[in-house]
Design a protein around this ligand. Structure first.
Ligand code: DP6
Length: 354
């Protein structure tokens, strides 16, 4: 950076959390974050991480603030590792200031690592002057947190496992955008006293790969289940999607429970939500709701707009459910600190006309 002093570049990105319909659980290469299986998710509207990155030659070390407090230990190291990847690619040595905040509780099982690393990858690469394609951005976000590769895109997203050892074919792509299925709702049952996540999923899942006797069988079953889930999304077919989503969640939970030592992310209240969803479907005589959860205690219950009030009423009546949020599929990561492209085009046209 030939003697230049001061700010190299600044950028701010927002990115959504996502809930996996087909789970990423196990890496064939943990350093490069290359999964054994492809996964599918929905990006969530209304929740976001917002991250500003400023590269500045006057900084003596990277400064990282997460939700208003200086980051230390593992969380800080993960952010610095992402900055190092960006610096290497951009040929930059400047340190950075990173300020990131979520508009939902961090590490609560609402996937803050996905939204956080998607926003960080976007802001850091833009601040460093890299002009990455969405695919390259997905690959970069993946290195911070696997699930973050999917939060680059809105709507329904597929993260393909790929086969190459260098990870060049391992990135997410949009299946259908957030407007594809207007009636679909995710009723999030927020569990009271949900324990804070203490171990990153990236570490926990490798214990499952090593020790769960059901892991290999899960991998064998997945291609058929993933195909059924993708087809049901494309056709907006809730009667096929909902049972497959619950089967996948049960498979994921089964592998966790048979890991040594066992991984149990649910509380009694979470389990009561799963049982209530089964009861709702029994009472309806057809699958009108589907539960799923990630590595946390909160439970996402997919349903259709016309059943939303009923599903919500029944979940709220359960002791241990603190509140419910009704969420739709939402947009992906985007830069928020500069005028939208359409505005800039209009301004350029005015200048040319003068
Ligand atoms: C159960 O890639 O989010 O949510 O960043 O280490 O927490 P960490 O790992 P991450 O693991 C995702 C696990 C999952 C399933 C999924 O989102 O596909």
């Amino acid at each position: 950076m030939g003697g230049a002093q001061g700010v190299v570049g600044t950028a701010t990105y927002e990115a959504p959390p996502n809930i996996a319909l087909v789970k990423y659980w196990g890496a064939r290469d943990a350093a490069l974050v290359l999964p054994y299986n492809s996964s599918v998710s929905v990006s969530l509207a209304g929740m976001r991480s917002r991250t500003r990155v400023r590269f500045d030659t006057a900084l003596r070390e990277d400064r990282v603030a997460l939700d208003g407090s200086p980051a230390v230990g593992g969380p800080r190291a993960s952010v610095v590792a992402m900055l190092d990847l960006v610096r290497a690619e951009a040929g930059l040595t400047a340190r950075a200031e990173v300020v990131s905040a979520n508009n939902f509780p961090t590490a609560s099982g609402l996937a803050s690592s996905a939204s956080g690393f998607a926003a960080l990858a976007g802001a850091a690469s833009a601040a460093a002057g890299l002009r990455l394609t969405a695919r390259a951005l997905s690959r970069l976000a993946r290195r911070g947190s696997g699930s973050a590769s999917r939060s680059i895109f809105g709507g329904f997203v597929l993260w393909r496992a790929g086969a190459r050892p260098d990870g060049s074919d391992c990135y997410a792509r949009p299946l259908r955008d957030e407007g594809h299925w207007p009636a679909l709702r995710d009723v999030v049952a927020l569990i009271a006293d949900a324990p804070r996540k203490s171990v990153r999923s990236a570490a926990a899942m490798q214990a499952s790969v090593r020790t769960s006797p059901g892991y290999a069988r899960r991998l064998e079953e997945l291609p058929a289940r993933l195909g059924a889930i993708v087809r049901a999304i494309e056709r907006r077919d809730a009667s096929r999607l909902f049972p497959a989503v619950m089967e996948e969640c049960d498979s994921f939970r089964g592998v966790c429970e048979t890991t040594t030592p066992p991984l149990d992310y649910l509380t009694a209240a979470s389990r009561a939500v799963l049982a209530e969803v089964r009861a709702i479907n029994r009472d309806a005589g057809e699958p009108i709701a589907a539960y799923t959860h990630d590595a946390g205690a909160h439970v996402h219950v997919f349903t259709l707009a016309r059943h939303r009030a009923e599903v919500r009423r029944r979940l709220r009546a359960l002791p241990g459910v603190r509140a419910t949020l009704v969420v739709r599929p939402g947009p992906g990561a985007r830069r928020v600190d500069r005028p939208a492209a359409s505005v800039r085009r209009a301004a350029g046209a005015r200048r040319r006309a003068r």
